[in-house]
Design a protein around this ligand. Sequence first.
Ligand SMILES: [Zn+2]
Length: 371
Amino acid sequence: MTSPNSAQRPAVLPTLLGLGPRFADRRRRALPAGVLRLPTIGVDIGGTKVVAGVVDGEGRVLESVRTETPHKSKSPAVVEDVIVDLVLQLADKHDVHAVGVGAAGWVDAERSRVLFAPHLNWRNEPLRDALSRRLRFPVVVENDANAAAWAEWRFGAGRGEDHMVMITLGTGIGGAVVRDGWVDRGKYGLAGEFGHMQVVPGGHRCPCGNRGCWEQYSSGNALVREARGLVAEESPVIEGLLARAGGTAEGITGPLVTEAARDGDATATELLYEVGHWLGVGIANLAAALDPGRFVVGGGVSEAGDLLLGPAREAFGRTLTGRGFRPEAGLVHAALGNEAGLVGAADLARQVARRFRTIKRHRVERAAGGA
Ligand SMILES: [Zn+2]
């Protein structure tokens, strides 16, 4: 559970020593004034767009720029060009000291390489070194769900909780564990792939190759698949949604279902109820394994609010092992919306910015001493 890259994970040592997060907080407070407030840049690389933003020490986005994600067929260099271009646009106007990149994909434990990305042509891609060579900033690469979880823990719905699990409901399910002030990445950097836990033996086929994965039942894709399934079956209950979607199954999207449910459409409400139900069942499984104090649910589908979290809490309460005989984790809505990934990546970069400044200062001092 603990890999030796403690330099990138400042709270690991106090954790190993059993000193916990309060010690880490004290250390943070003891740092020279201003250092933690350094603005840094966070980059969020999603399936459809790349967003970069300057983030201050309080987690506020000062300015952001965005562009489309290059197509999957493009070479890694094209994606790097896009990132470099966005970062330089911001660095021209702001005094920034490091860059954090949150990417949808598997990032190795050293946070240096993207092992695999579903939306991009990255296979064992040495992204951190490639970018820091070109940008001349320290760069941190992080899985997007880890970055979002970090942001929620630092500035959002996870604040004050020393054992938090984040669930990101988008087209699939992303997840992360933040414990005692650090992201638990697992041995190889791949912890938190909760979406591929099997919840229905022999269930729906998942692009991962298995059947019955959690994200086949609780995600934006699951929501849309079920709605379009009703269209294919020419069910009368889908007529209202279909009319909203311009009469075509392809027009039915997650946000459209949420909007219809808010307006009181019974089928849309039922579809969200099912996704929420499965969300609660999966969360109960996670509670059995991890026993956190709080689950924070973010991602696009979570915009449905209590239409989703209501049934999730209900199913969680009915499925949790040892219910009635144990403290139950809270299940709350994420606070930072779709900026969480960007804010978290920037904040994680702030940790290396500090090192970078120190190294630079030492170099300057040495040079001055030698002259
Ligand atoms: Zn799967």
